[in-house]
Design a protein around this ligand. Structure first.
Ligand code: FAD
Length: 322
């Protein structure tokens, strides 16, 4: 693999790194296409495609997302690559320091990223470091990088084996690789590595890769954000607590709102006669009197959504009622 300083279309990461999309296969369409094979249906409208992708994500039907692939070229410090390589489902080809000479490219953190060890998070950093100490840290980074590189060059010129002498170089040395993964596992990577708990230096790469996904598979990206990144899951213990302490009237109010929401959405999708609406609302579990129903219906305050998703929520809520 040849070295690239800063290739076209790449997103800059850290002081000397980058990520660029080399190639990709498919997008939202490929997810839908694959899923429809398993459900035996042909291609349908865009809004239905979005609904299907959201359904798949909600129900963790993950294999259709594996039909989309991304191949990246990235340059990052070795200590970032050490974290990155833990994601085992990718295919990787890395710049070889057995074969090629090391390059004088080391990561030196920007002053704002030089921080103290966090007291709260044992794997994190926090607080503002005084200017003098910050400069000392950065000087140490520079000094050790320069000194070890001089030693490396000296040994390299003396004909020592590169596979051995590379071991004296520090982990802030930049490496480079091609990294290919499917969308399911890439989203998993981004969920973990763009999280605020992940180390800043890998987060910038993860955030950069995310922009390419948003572009190629926007519905899948949106669904991942809604159901995985920003969604909440409750353990059995937590559910029991909610069941015990959540007042029944709160659940009932939510169920009522859902009955209205489902009715309005069904009506939007396929308009009904006015005379049929109250009956339809009752079928969705609505319990308001007919006069109250008409008042609310005319208020214009009913939120519509995805019928299937609202019904799933209704069933979950109903199961929490004492
Ligand atoms: C904030 C943070 C802190 C971390 N701290 C540490 C740490 O202190 N020490 C440490 O060692 N690691 C640490 N890690 C790494 C972490 O434990 C995982 O190794 C890493 O996040 C990769 O996750 P993964 O295995 O789910 O991903 P991948 O390897 O990409 O796998 C994706 C999924 O495929 C499945 N899978 C892949 N390979 C196998 C397999 N061989 N067998 C069964 N299932 C498989 C699993 O379901 C997995 O979730 C940390 C990660 C994060 C994000």
């Amino acid at each position: 693999m040849t070295s690239a300083k800063f290739p076209e279309g790449a997103i800059r990461c850290l002081d000397k790194g980058f990520v660029r999309l080399v190639d990709s296969m498919g997008g939202d369409d490929s997810i839908v296409q694959a899923a429809r094979v398993s459900y035996g249906k042909g291609t349908r409208k865009v809004s239905q495609d979005r609904g299907l992708i959201r359904y798949l994500m909600r129900h963790r039907h993950t294999t259709p997302f594996e039909m989309v692939e991304f191949k990246f070229h990235a340059k990052m410090p070795i200590f970032v690559a050490r974290q990155w390589v833990r994601h085992r489902t990718a295919n990787i080809n890395e710049y070889s320091l057995r074969y090629s000479e090391a390059r004088d490219e080391f990561y030196i953190p920007d002053p704002e990223h030089v921080q103290f060890q966090s007291d709260l998070n044992k794997q994190g950093r926090s607080g503002k470091v005084p200017k003098e100490l910050t400069e000392k840290v950065r000087n140490y980074f520079t000094e050790i990088s320069q000194r070890t590189f001089e030693m490396y060059q000296e040994l390299n010129e003396a004909g020592l084996a590169r596979e051995l002498i590379r071991a004296i170089l520090p982990v802030n040395l930049y490496t480079e690789w091609y990294w290919k993964n499917d969308l399911h596992n890439l989203l998993h990577f981004i969920g973990l590595r763009s999280d605020p708990h992940a180390q800043y230096e890998i987060r910038v790469y993860s955030d950069a890769m995310a922009t390419f996904i948003q572009d190629r598979a926007p519905f899948a990206w949106e669904a991942y954000q809604d159901y995985v990144v920003n969604g909440l899951r409750f353990s059995h213990v937590e559910q029991s607590l909610l069941e015990r302490y959540l007042p029944a009237r709160v659940i009932n109010d939510l169920l009522e709102d859902l009955a209205y929401g489902i009715t309005a959405t069904l009506h939007n999708n396929k308009p009904r006669e006015d005379s049929e609406l109250y009956n339809l609302y009752q079928k969705q579990g609505g319990t308001d009197a007919q006069s109250d129903f008409h008042l609310k219906w005319q208020s214009g305050e009913i939120e519509t959504g995805n019928v299937r998703e609202m019904r799933e929520f209704r069933d979950k809520l109903a199961s929490m009622k004492p």
